[in-house]
Structures are given as C-alpha cells and as structure tokens.
Design a protein around this ligand. Structure first.
Ligand SMILES: [Zn+2]
Length: 415
C-alpha cells in the first residue's frame, strides 16, 4: 500500500533538484510517496496523487537515511586502558608496537565466538539507527589470521541479514596489522591474503570491497598492490586507508588501481590529490579519528578544488574513533575541517552512497537520495531544518528512521 510522508522541509539530496542556494534539492512543504521498499513519487505536498493516505510529520526536516561509509563496527573487547594511556600522552603508534591498538582488539576477536561478534555488531548497528543511519559499511580486519578473519566476515554477513537494522555493506580489510603469529613471515602473510583469502572472500560473497591500511607503520604500497590486484581479478572493489600518519604514496596507488575511495588522507601530496581527481576516487574523511589523535585536518580545500568528492564517515572503532555517531563526525567536519554544512550532509547521504556502489554491480537500489525508484530509506528529524542536524552534538534527534519502507527506529512520543 502506498503512503505519503509530508514535511515542511523535504531534503531530497537529488542532484537533479539542486539549484543555486539549494544544493540539497530541498522542497518546502514537500512529500514522498512510499510503495513497499521504494520511493514511488517525490514532489510538493499539494501535488500528492489522489487517494494516497498522508502522514503529516509537520514543521520538521525529512532527509534520506544517513550512510556511514567507513566503520570497523565488528569487534570485541574494550580498549579503555589504552585510551587512558593515550590521553595521558602515550603515542598511538608506540602503543601499537607494544601490542596494544589493533592487535589488542585482534586478541579479543580471536577469543570471541561468532555469535558474540554478531551480537556486538547488531547492538552497534541498532544504536546507529537511532542516530539516523540506514546504511553502514563494516570492515573485517581484527581477525587478522585467516580463521578469525573468516569468522569476522561471517559475523558481518549474519548481522547484515537482519532487516530491522541498517543496510550493511561488508568490506574485507585484508591488510590492517601484522598479527603476532605472522611475525617473521610478513611476505607469506601478505601473499596468503592476496592469493588465498581474497579469492575465497569473493567466492563466498562475503564482501564487496577489499581494503588495506597503507602507512609508515602499517603496510607498504607494494604489499597493498598485491591484494588490490587480486581483488580486481575476482571483481571486488577497492578502498584504501591512506596517509593517516604519513604520506607513503597510498593515494597514487589508489588512483592506479581505480579505488572507490581513499580514507583518512591527512597526509597526501598535491600530485596524489591530482591523481585521485583524475581517477574519480572519492576521499572519505574521518574527523573523529583525527580529533582523538589531535591531528591536523586533511587538505579539504585542495581536495575540493581538484574535484575530489568528499565523504564523511564515523570510522567507528574501539581505538581511535570511540563513537558510533555519524552525526557527531559531521559536526566535527564542519567545525574542524572547513567542510560546508550542505557539503557535509551530501557527504553523508548521496556521495557516501555513491562511494559504496561497486562499478561492477547492477540492479541495486539507489540510496542516500530521495527520488523515484530509490530505496525508501529516510529520517524524520525532530528538528525544524536540515542544518540543525549539525548542531545538537552528541544526542539523537531523530523521530522516525525508515529502511526500505520499514521503521527501524521510532522515538518515544512525549507530551
Ligand atoms: Zn579505518
């Protein structure tokens, strides 16, 4: 049955409706008609086709569901002790070398059952839904050893089957850190990821993308190239952690292999930026992580001026981005990175959804945009204007969150 949802500000994020002074394609007194899992019609409230029941949400903003395009939300354990050390001046890379950081979460993930991982991830996804998020990219990369990495990917895919949670896009993070068990056999570890794990992940349908952490204390360009070449051979897309601590040529590699995204990019050369633009690779910025690490921002203006599209994501993880809140990341992007308010909203809706589409995939629902035929993923905010999403930090201001036509979160009515 068709139902119309009307709101004072209907924020479509549809490029075809954007105009000077209205980059988000907002329709005042607008409405969408939802038919099953899709948007069937978009327009002015006064033009809703006859005979369709109307839910009037009143003097509020209605936007596409938010899309969080970079998370490590499948994990176990807690890193509160390490956080205290870092806040007292401990250095992140030094803590990692001493067995903390990613490797400490690795130990907890190895010890966890698959069901425990599913439960933890599902709880996090449910909390993300309360914040207005309807699509979440989730990386593996804490298992590190083949069996544990497979367990983590299975857990992500299990959680992804739950239609009462946000839509999940899984990524195999093939090179994140060298596990203690592989010390002394680094080459073999990288080659096994490229030659065995990547084909297996593709065969099982466990992930859409392959990712690697390219940085001075992580993996080198030549190592990452092996897994990305393997990914391309089996039809998987590529995302790359680039330049979080140092520029070692990750952006140039990402452009070379046609990566969908480079993520972090606090450190990137002018030549690297130009190559990203030429390759159509988007930049996923993670302001919560750079806030936690007290880092300088990435070169947002240079990226924008070169024509590299910007995505903002939460980076939700137990170490450097201890939050599940994409809206909080948007607040930080606007406050600390010089990202414009409308630019930030597009970076968490239409552009974020675009960076999660795999060029080789067809027939998938459009997300991050309210247009005819797109997924009926939307948020009714308890806020009078879309720009107010960037102000009330650290709290949920959603009234209704819908994924593919189904309510996945509804705030309790008071008064
Ligand atoms: Zn990450």
């Amino acid at each position: 049955m068709k139902v119309a949802h009307a709101a004072r500000r209907l924020v479509t994020c549809d490029a075809a409706r954007a105009a000077a002074g209205n980059s988000l394609g907002t329709i005042e007194d607008g409405a969408i008609v939802v038919d099953g899992d899709r948007v069937d019609w978009v327009g002015s409230r006064s033009d809703i086709p006859p005979g369709i029941p109307i839910v009037d949400h009143g003097d509020v903003a209605l936007t596409p569901g938010l899309v969080d395009a970079h998370t490590h939300a499948c994990w176990a354990g807690s890193r509160h002790a390490e956080y205290a050390l870092r806040m007292a001046g401990g250095d992140y890379e030094a803590i990692a070398r001493a067995g903390g950081g990613i490797v400490s979460t690795h130990r907890a993930v190895v010890a966890a059952t698959r069901d425990h991982l599913v439960g933890g991830l599902s709880s996090r996804l449910a909390r993300m839904a309360t914040l207005g998020v309807t699509t979440v990219e989730v990386k593996s990369g804490y298992g590190l050893e083949p069996d544990a990495e497979r367990k983590q990917l299975e857990a992500i895919n299990e959680a992804a089957r739950d239609m009462t949670l946000p839509h999940v896009v899984p990524t195999y993070l093939a090179l994140h850190a060298l596990p203690p068990a592989a010390r002394g056999e680094r080459d073999r570890y990288v080659r096994r990821a490229a030659d065995e794990l990547v084909p297996q992940v593709a065969e099982a349908g466990w992930a859409r993308f392959v990712d690697a952490y390219v940085d001075r204390d992580a993996f080198q360009v030549a190592e990452a190239r092996l897994v990305f070449d393997a990914a391309r051979r089996v039809g998987l897309g590529v995302r790359v952690h680039v330049g979080q601590f140092a520029d070692i040529g990750g952006a140039e590699l990402a452009a070379e292999v046609g990566a969908s995204t480079v993520d972090h990019v606090e450190h990137v050369s002018a030549d690297g930026v130009a190559r990203l633009a030429a390759a159509g690779t988007r930049a996923v910025l993670l302001p919560t992580a750079s806030f936690t690490l007290a880092q300088a921002p990435p070169p947002v203006r240079a990226l924008r001026e070169a024509g590299v599209e910007i995505v903002i994501a939460s980076d939700a993880n137990p170490g450097t981005a201890p939050t599940e809140s994409l809206p909080l990341a948007l607040c930080f992007a606007v406050r600390s990175y010089g990202v414009g308010p409308e630019e930030a909203i597009l970076a968490a809706t239409r552009v974020a959804a675009a960076c999660l589409r795999h060029p080789g995939m067809s027939g998938e629902l459009e997300r991050g945009v309210l247009q005819t035929g797109a997924a009926a993923d939307f948020v009714v905010w308890d806020l009078p204007h879309e720009l107010a999403i960037l102000q009330p930090w650290g709290v949920s201001r959603t009234r209704l969150v819908v994924r593919e036509g189904l309510v996945i979160h509804e705030a309790k009515k008071r008064g």
